[in-house]
Design a protein. Structure first.
Lengths: 223, 223
DNA sequence: CCTACCGATCGGTAGG
DNA sequence: CCTACCGATCGGTAGG
């Protein structure tokens, strides 16, 4: 059921300018461009990745990229939006279900890490530097999606506090702690290494849950 | 005592090619170049920051940058090394002192966050993307310093487990969790905002400490 | 000879 | 979707 996050997600893009029915080949190429671009943007950074690099990796000519995308910056935007919408769609039924907050959080964490390890490029984008390259209007639209995602974590945290599961913390701070922590894992964890993705989910969730369950705050005077 | 991390650190660079005694002005300019470059590399990314941008911000001519630095890539390297050595020097006496591991960890966390908020640019560099621009030999040297830093966290974690303070976890994993989490804070926390750096240190340390103190692991079956 | 740069321009490549 | 290009700007270096 959550395996939707593992497949190379088929175009759920509403903004596609190409009639999909008649040109499935175009859709395939468009997706290929986005896949290779996502990975290269993530590995070398947006500015250092040329459209020639991307085109070569996608086996097309540089000019052809402009047939599918208006500009380099909108290619970045569409990649980020696609990733955000995919996780958002997978998480929405979870937060809406009747379920202990602790269970909901585990599902959000699992989805996040699973998507991250399955789509390194798509997941690793969206940082402050990359976002700054998006045209103003598109950036705002993307940041809106990102806020929706953070809001899900805030909501689950709030529920958990109400249910007496988590210590009464600042939910905004808590969400940023959790998301920052989860994103940081993407930077060094190799899913094909000695620690599997499944094991990482268990360890990361344990770390997060413990951080939330503190009831009597440790005294922390800065010497 | 820990305020050394707050001042614009004076050249502790052993690799400086300029006789410092006679030409303090040179040293000042060199430091200014490194400061502005660090911030711009961090904000816009290494590739997107031109030497002209850096020179303009430092009030000199672009060609003058080449008097102080052999290349753009070595400028990046020297910035990263300076940051690493500064924290390393501040932390070494702490880990060597006789002290409960919990106290040592608080000091390491405090230094990390304090340095981070005082020198956004210096601290935010060193990610996989930026590192890839360093010449091979220099990159290895820098990664060595970074490993030394991580080793301090591993050592303190190991001590804490031995002292029965922390749950017996994989210290490598734990260090990466902690450092990834701390670094992520740098990306969204504004020290001049509603949450002060001091408050952030308290909150972040509480979160970390709780994550380490779990004795009976929560059961985490993935539905 | 060295220091601390400047004005101009090098060969290549960027996005479009 | 490719060939053939453009305006501009890139990192780096020349002589003085």
């Amino acid at each position: 059921m959550r395996d939707v996050l593992k497949n190379s997600f088929k175009s759920s893009l509403t903004e596609s300018r190409i009639p999909l029915r008649r040109h499935e080949r175009s859709e395939l190429i468009r997706n290929r461009i986005m896949s290779v671009a996502a990975l290269m943007f993530y590995q070398k950074g947006y500015a250092a990745t040329s459209l020639d690099d991307i085109a070569k990796e996608a086996n097309i000519n540089k000019a052809a990229v402009y047939y599918y995308f208006k500009a380099k910056s909108t290619l970045l935007y569409e990649i980020c939006v696609k990733a955000a919408k995919t996780i958002l769609d997978a998480d929405r039924p979870i937060v809406d279900r009747h379920m202990p907050a602790e269970q909901k959080l585990l599902n959000l964490v699992t989805n996040h890490l699973q998507f991250q390890s399955a789509h390194k490029g798509y997941a690793g984008l969206g940082g402050t530097v990359e976002i700054s390259y998006m045209p103003n209007i598109l950036r705002k639209r993307y940041v809106g999606l990102r806020d929706d995602y953070e809001a899900m974590f805030r909501r689950v945290l709030k529920e958990g506090i109400g249910q007496g599961m988590f210590a009464p913390i600042n939910v905004r701070l808590g969400s940023l702690f959790i998301l920052g922590f989860l994103n940081s894992i993407n930077e060094w964890h190799d899913p094909d290494g000695e620690i599997t993705s499944e094991e990482m989910i268990v360890q990361a969730y344990r770390f997060i849950l413990a951080g939330l369950e503190v009831k009597k705050p440790t005294n922390t005077k800065t010497a």
